[in-house]
Structures are given as C-alpha cells and as structure tokens.
Design a protein around this ligand. Structure first.
Ligand SMILES: *Cc1c(COP(=O)(O)O)cnc(C)c1O
Length: 422
C-alpha cells in the first residue's frame, strides 16, 4: 500500500498480516470465538481472558462500589484531574505500596494511569531512544512487544524456566544484555505462568540488573494474588540495589478491569534514576496521556484504605480452589501437562504433547478445533511466545472450569491415537 504517506514502522509491523502469531490476545480470542459452532447448544466457556468480573464468585467488594458511587454523586469530581493524577490518589498509592517496603515512597513517585496497560506504555515510551533495547520474558505479556514495536524499541527475549518454577534464566539475561540495554521486565505474580518468585530470586534479579547497569520494570498487576508456598514480595523491596519501576492497577486484585485505574511508580530511594530531567520528561508524557476518570481516581484512597481483608481472602481462596481444580483435571488429560503448579495470578502455562493427538498440527490448530468442537476457548501459547503450549485462565467459577476441562478431556479422547469412550 503506497499512498505516499510515511508509514510508522512499529504500527506497520503490528498490523501486517493478521495471523495468530502477531495478534493481540484479544484479537486471537475473537477469532477463536468466531470459530465456535453456532449449532452447539452448549454455552461457550472461555478460559482465555483474565477478566473474571463476569462470575459472581469474583465480584468486587461493595466498599469499592460505594466509594465510586460516593465520589460520583459528590459532584466534586466532574472536572479534569492533574495529568499525573489527583494528589490524594498519588498519596494513597504511595502509602499502599510503602506498607511492604523498607523505605517510604513519596506521592511524587506515584503517577496515576489508565490501568496497568498505560503504565506499560509510559515505562517503554520514557525509556525508548534510538539504538537501545529492552529485555522481555518469554513467555510474556504481548502488550510489551506491541508497545515496544510502536516505540521502535528493540526487544530481546530471555526465557523463563518451567522446571524452576518459571524463574528468570539469568544466564540468558547476562548474555543478551549490552551497553544499550535500558531495562528488563519481570511479571510477578506471573501471567501467563502463575509463578510467584522468592525473595532470593528477586534479589538476584536486582543484583544482575545493577551489575549490567539497567533498571527493572516490575509488572505487579497481580500483586498479592498469591496462594501457594511463596508469599508475594514486591520488587520495590530491592529499590536501593537498582531503580525499579513498579506497574500496577486495581484491575486484578479488586477485579475491576473496566475501571481503568492503574499506577506507574518509581522505586528509587537512592535517586540514581529519577533526576529532574527524567521527571520532567515523564510529566510531559503524562500531559498527552489522559488518565482515568477523575471520580474513579478520587475513590482510590477509600478503596486502598478501607477494603476489608475478608474480600482479599475470599478471592485468594477461590483462586486456590480453581487452580487446584485446574491442575487435577489436567492430570486426567494426557496430551497436556503442567510443569509447575500455579502459585499466584490467574493463569497457568500447559505443555501440549502433539504426539498423542491425531490430526492436530500445533497449538493454534488445537485451540481452533477445540473452539469448534467443544465451545471452549483456550489461548494458544504462541500468543505469549511459546509454541505448542497453551495458556489456561483459571479465574472462572469452579463449575464452569470443571465443565470446560471435562470437554477438553472429551476432545483429547476423540483425537487420541488410542480412542476411548468419552
Ligand atoms: C491484565 C494485565 C495487565 C493490564 O492491566 P490493566 O490494569 O487491565 O490495564 C498488565 N500486565 C499483565 C501481566 C496483565 O495480566
């Protein structure tokens, strides 16, 4: 297409030939949804998206709903907020995160964003300069690749190691990094793997980043959603070793992804990264961002301070239960194996054994045929960087999850070389 208009490289790369290999998660899930057999009388069950808000067992707390209703009806928050966020919102976010840190964040360290997605965009945009590169995890969260492509930021991938609880392959980080590496990204608790990293592993990541002279972007959108042996440790704990950009939001812990309330926070108690020029640049970028609605921002102090512990406990217990169901059911389906039981977040990576399946060529084929024959949606691993794996989201109500995995089992039995009755 030559219309004389100079093309944006990033955008072009992304839009070119929409195949499942270079589409967003939402795009692929849309295609899978369209592949469902309209004559199938059963309901469609999606284990594809990390948005459990539709299920009553994952309903947000009344405290949050009331807080938003109050700020909306107060008529005080119908105007613009400062582009970096309302002062009371920044203060509340700084205090919320400081509870788990050995130092105190200042309200100036916290910026309010439209969900964690915009925080990702801010981080990558601020760091992008000609010639620099960023290290991203594989498997990972495709918004990072998409965003990097738009910013002409070179991406290098390091592997997460399934046998080691999806820990970062630090040797790979070491060999990928050079003097133009500006940052590495970790997602903890992890999507798509369900990993929760130990204090020791996070400390090693911080020390590696310090030695190689780049900062760490810590995507903690699933912060505190940990239900296994390892407790959640925020990466900001190591902020005095190396500067950390902490990205988060209300979306997952409060189960309100549609509220679009997130944060971009600079954990840098030694002020090695945040100098006046960097802060100025960040503020300028926020001037063109357009953050979340003012009344949602205004509700944040109440939400962060007043949410009852029992709401969090209930969510954690439900996720623990559904993660257990998921792992137990998977054991009955021999063509998929789970190398590491999820300890947090809402998803798990599962390996496909194609040699047990007749007429299935890869993960994409598996997911498309599964959608067509069983009305179950699962994300092909290629969408998160791992071919012939699939990602299963277990933030689904227990009975739907059991039913969906029961259908996957039938699908397997039908396509297995050793056909058995379903
Ligand atoms: C859901 C998710 C996000 C996006 O969060 P929003 O607040 O909905 O924008 C970012 N990172 C990861 C790893 C996620 O799973």
């Amino acid at each position: 297409m030559d219309n004389g208009i100079k093309k944006c490289d990033g955008a072009q790369e992304v839009d070119h030939h929409q195949t499942p290999r270079n589409m967003t998660i939402k795009g692929i899930l849309g295609l899978l949804m369209a592949n469902v057999d309209a004559d199938d009388k059963r309901r469609v069950i999606s284990l594809g998206m990390g948005d459990p808000s539709a299920y009553s067992c994952f309903h947000t707390t009344a405290v949050a709903e009331q807080a938003v209703a109050d700020t909306l009806s107060s008529q005080k928050f119908n105007g613009y907020a400062p582009t970096v966020g309302l002062p009371q919102t920044r203060t509340a976010i700084a205090e919320y995160l400081s509870c788990d840190l050995p130092y105190k964040l200042s309200p100036d360290d916290a910026f309010v964003t439209a969900g964690c997605t915009q925080a990702i965009d801010v981080a990558l945009t601020i760091l992008a300069r000609p010639g620099v590169n960023i290290l991203l995890p594989r498997p990972g969260f495709p918004i990072y690749e998409l965003c990097a492509a738009f910013r002409n930021l070179e991406v290098r991938h390091f592997d997460l190691i399934p046998e080691k609880g999806w820990e970062v392959d630090l040797d790979a980080v070491e060999s990928l990094a050079d003097s133009n590496t500006v940052a590495m990204v970790i997602i903890n608790p992890g999507n798509p793997c369900g990993n929760v990293y130990t204090y020791q592993h996070l400390k090693k990541i911080a020390e590696t980043a310090k030695r190689l002279k780049f900062i760490v972007i810590a995507d903690e959108v699933y912060g505190h959603l940990a239900f296994g042996d390892n407790t959640f440790v925020p990466m900001g704990v190591f902020g005095s070793i190396v500067p950390i950009l902490t990205l988060g939001s209300l979306s997952k812990r409060w189960i309100v992804p549609g509220w679009r309330l997130g944060w971009f926070v600079i954990n840098d108690p030694c002020s090695t990264f945040k100098n006046p020029k960097v802060i100025e640049r960040i503020k300028k970028y926020f001037d063109i961002c357009g953050g979340p609605a003012t009344f949602i921002q205004a509700a944040v102090p109440h939400i962060l301070q007043q949410t009852e512990e029992v709401f969090f406990t209930k969510t954690i217990n439900t996720l623990k239960q559904t993660a257990d169901i998921c792992c137990n059911k998977i054991k009955e389906i021999h063509c998929i194996t789970c190398p590491h039981k999820p300890q947090g977040s809402m998803a798990v990576m599962v390996k496909l054994n194609l040699s047990l399946l007749k007429g299935i060529s890869d993960d994409i084929d598996f997911c498309f045929k599964l959608a067509k024959e069983e009305s179950v949606i699962i994300l092909p691993g290629i969408a998160v960087g791992m071919e012939n794996w699939v990602r299963i989201t277990f933030a689904v109500d227990p009975s739907s999850l059991e039913e969906a995995l029961g259908r996957v089992k039938c699908f397997y039995q039908r396509h297995s070389y050793r056909q058995t009755e379903c």
